[in-house]
Design a protein around this ligand. Structure first.
Ligand code: NOJ
Ligand code: CA
Length: 731
């Protein structure tokens, strides 16, 4: 009897110890606990510096035509491990990234049925029908990542996820910067509110975006940045979104409990999976310093290393483009003004040109000349190919073939012209949302590019997706974007994708995928209410957490009335802030978005764009507050040169930049491109001043930023001449 009690006691202890799991991050700042509730529901909890940041939160799935994977679990096995290594990205904000975490992989078993059978007379063995999942947690010093893995098994050979039910049960009514959970778009201005005030449907009206699809119940997009009343910053997103739909967060306004919701597919479920399978990583980045959030590399660490072996052809770069002139209405993408054209039956030469077509040979040459003179690597040309007469709003399957140029765009002549000037033309593939058409024509389109000297393409998915019923963020399209990046890599082609799903760090795995748009870019300032002055202080905390953005900075001609007196639209920043964005808005592909003729009027300011690097050894986030301001410094790759960007929202402020990152005992010269004294985004946005000083590691720059303003600084080793010419900086 005594023995039995003892055995029972030990069994209980064992059951307890396997069903509860605690994990501390390498420096101990973060701690995770995992357990099963009495009903066998998996729940996790996360603390930062001994304070709970995510209360017990649920985990699991609703599965089509099967019981949910939410409860009735027991723990089968727990495997703990850890990693501490460094790796070097092909391009990035820093040269070396440390990947240091503690891991716990918890395998759970769910018993669906117990069926008695008798293989041989007298036996009463029970055959269990079970399903297994593994939840893999990785706890870093800057946050938590976890994902679900589905091993191969009889009961889950293939299955359909109706929705995911991962919870993020927050501790209070945090301040939140959010955009609505639109399955088709991230192109919204942010609303700042308490969690209890999040209302995605109201945001839809404010943003006046006409063709978007219905929002899920009060769902918001990730990356979501929040700040608690006691000053903790939290960022929730996902890493390595592959073969799965994008995740949104449904906000329970009363309990501050966020629940995952997945972009649906055309048949109303979310994901179709075949085992072995896994979800993307769910990520929570936490710190009491806003600057730490921006410095986190956790999302990259959770992605797979590069699948491209030879990466020597992948080049961070700057570009200009036959582009802004269409957005400001000076030129058109389309060649003629007819419409409803038959792709294969039209004789383009017989169409009457509209006289405004931007992508004509002479105009493109003008851009190539400017690029050649000004240290710009590439020239993007939009509207070069036939189909633009029909591209918008008609949900057509076949609009573009990606290989037929308009009669006034001479492919061969421009190839030779650009090559002779060592400039690369950048291809444009607008798909008008017809992914099926693009997939069919992809190889031919890439072969055409290679034959004509192009090694980078900007893709675009404006409008509703074909096949009908699919969404930009659904599993099918997620697979499409990755397929395009993979296929492009085979041809040694780099990608800049617009209207694609927001990034999740996949640029580590496919470093030829240089940038995406997937947010409200600068272009909105040309033709809509635009982006409020705070917009660029929020994006690095939200959209850019997943990867680089093709924001298209560098607009010098701020007010659209310049092009047409009737226009009231304008860029909601000063000119100097446009320069600062080259530093604060990270991308290895940066556009100098304005027209060459506008730059030619202000070559002193353009000098910053000429000089600024696009690939970095190091990044220092000097000060930051989402919605208010950001100051950061970056060291150019393999050069003793630093660039600083400082931006503010609608309030003026003084940016503070200690230069203690400079090499000791060296004299540098800092060129400060700042707002003029009387500058302000609304009334005097184009007033800037450029001043140079001698600086060193002891210097602290204090730079006045106008309302909606900013400053860009380039710092180089001082030459003998500089030492004579410039004064020491003092503030
Ligand atoms: C939207 C893109 O964001 C923009 O850059 C492009 O010019 C148009 N689509 C046309 O493709
Ligand atoms: Ca603000």
């Amino acid at each position: 009897m005594k023995k039995n009690i003892l055995i029972f006691f030990f069994l209980m202890l064992f059951a307890l110890s396997v069903s509860a799991q605690n994990l501390n991050s390498p420096n101990g700042n973060l701690s995770l606990s995992f357990k099963l509730t009495e009903a066998g529901e998996p729940v996790y909890q996360l603390s930062y510096k001994n304070k709970i940041v995510i209360k017990e939160s649920k985990m699991g799935f609703e599965i089509k035509n099967q019981p949910a994977l939410l409860k009735g679990f027991t723990v089968l096995e727990i495997k703990n491990s850890e990693k501490n290594e460094t790796w070097n990205p092909v391009w990035g904000e820093v040269k070396t990234i440390r990947n240091n975490y503690k891991e716990s992989a918890v395998t759970l078993e769910q018993i669906l049925a117990s069926e008695v059978f008798s293989p041989s007379a007298g036996s009463s063995d029970a055959k269990k029908i079970t399903r297994k999942i593994t939840i893999r947690f990785r706890l870093f010093d800057d946050g938590l990542g976890f994902r679900y893995e589905f091993p191969v098994q009889d009961e889950l050979k293939y299955f359909t996820v109706n929705d995911e039910k991962t919870g993020f049960n927050l501790t209070g009514d945090h301040k939140t910067f959010w955009i609505p959970g639109d399955y088709d778009s991230n192109e919204y201005a942010y609303t700042t509110s308490k969690l209890s005030e999040v209302d995605a449907t109201v945001s839809k009206k404010i943003n006046e975006i006409a063709f978007r699809t219905p929002f899920a119940d009060n769902a918001v997009q990730t990356p979501l940045i929040m700040k608690s009343n006691d000053g903790l910053y939290l960022n929730i997103h996902e890493a390595a979104l592959v073969n799965y739909p994008a995740m949104y967060l449904m906000v329970d306004r009363k309990n501050f409990d966020l629940t995952t919701h997945l972009a649906p597919n055309a048949v109303g479920s979310a994901a179709f999976l075949q085992t072995p399978a896994n979800t993307p990583w769910r990520t929570v980045i936490v710190s009491d310093k806003a600057t730490d959030i921006l410095a986190s590399k956790m999302i990259l660490n959770l992605n797979e290393p590069s699948k491209i072996k030879d990466t020597s052809w992948i080049k961070p770069q700057k570009m200009i483009g036959v582009w802004w002139e269409m957005h400001v209405g000076k030129a058109s993408w389309n060649y003629s003004d007819v419409n409803n054209i038959k792709l294969d039956e039209t004789d383009w030469k017989s169409l009457k040109p509209n006289g405004k077509h931007g992508a004509n040979t002479a105009n493109v040459k003008r851009y190539v000349d400017f690029a050649a003179k000004n240290n710009i690597d590439g020239v993007l040309v939009e509207g070069w190919n036939t189909g633009w007469e029909d591209w918008f709003g008609n949900w057509k399957e076949e609009v573009f073939d990606f290989v037929t140029s308009y009669p006034d765009f001479d492919v061969k002549e421009l190839q030779n012209y650009a090559a002779a000037r060592k400039v690369k033309l950048i291809m444009h593939h607008e798909t008008s949302g017809s992914a099926s058409n693009y997939e069919r024509r992809l190889d031919e389109a890439f072969r055409f590019m290679k034959a004509n000297g192009y090694d980078a393409v900007k893709t675009g998915y404006v409008g509703k997706i074909v096949p009908r019923g699919e969404f930009h963020d659904g599993q099918m399209m997620v697979n499409h974007y990755t397929h395009v990046a993979q296929t492009a890599a085979k041809y040694k082609i780099m990608i800049d994708s617009h209207e694609s799903v927001r990034p999740t760090g996949l640029q580590r795995t496919y470093p030829n995928w240089l940038a995406s748009e997937a947010a409200r870019g600068n272009e909105f300032n040309a033709w809509s209410v635009g982006n409020p002055p705070e917009h660029e202080t929020i994006l690095p905390f939200t959209r850019l957490m997943g990867g680089s953005m093709d924001y298209t900075p560098g607009i010098f001609e701020i007010k659209m009335s310049y092009y047409d007196a009737k226009k009231t639209e304008q860029v909601h920043t000063t000119l100097a802030k446009q320069l600062a964005l080259y530093v604060t808005m990270y991308s290895p592909l940066q556009m100098a978005a304005d027209l060459p003729e506008n730059y030619e009027k202000k070559m002193d300011a353009f000098q910053f764009i000429r000089d600024v690097a696009v690939d970095w050894d190091d990044t220092k986030i000097l000060e930051a507050e989402p919605g208010d301001f950001i100051t950061m410094a970056r060291k150019a790759k393999n050069k003793d040169e630093w660039f600083i960007g400082a931006i503010t929202d609608e309030n003026s402020r003084t940016a503070d930049a200690s230069l203690n990152f400079l090499a000791p005992n060296k004299q540098y010269v800092a060129a400060i491109y700042g707002d003029a004294k009387d500058a302000d985004w609304q009334n005097n946005p184009m007033a800037y001043e450029i001043k140079s000083y001698l600086v060193n590691a002891q210097t602290t720059l204090k730079i006045a930023l106008a309302k909606g303003g900013g400053a860009a600084v380039s710092i180089k080793i001082a030459s003998v001449d500089d030492l004579k010419k410039f004064k020491n900086y003092s503030n």
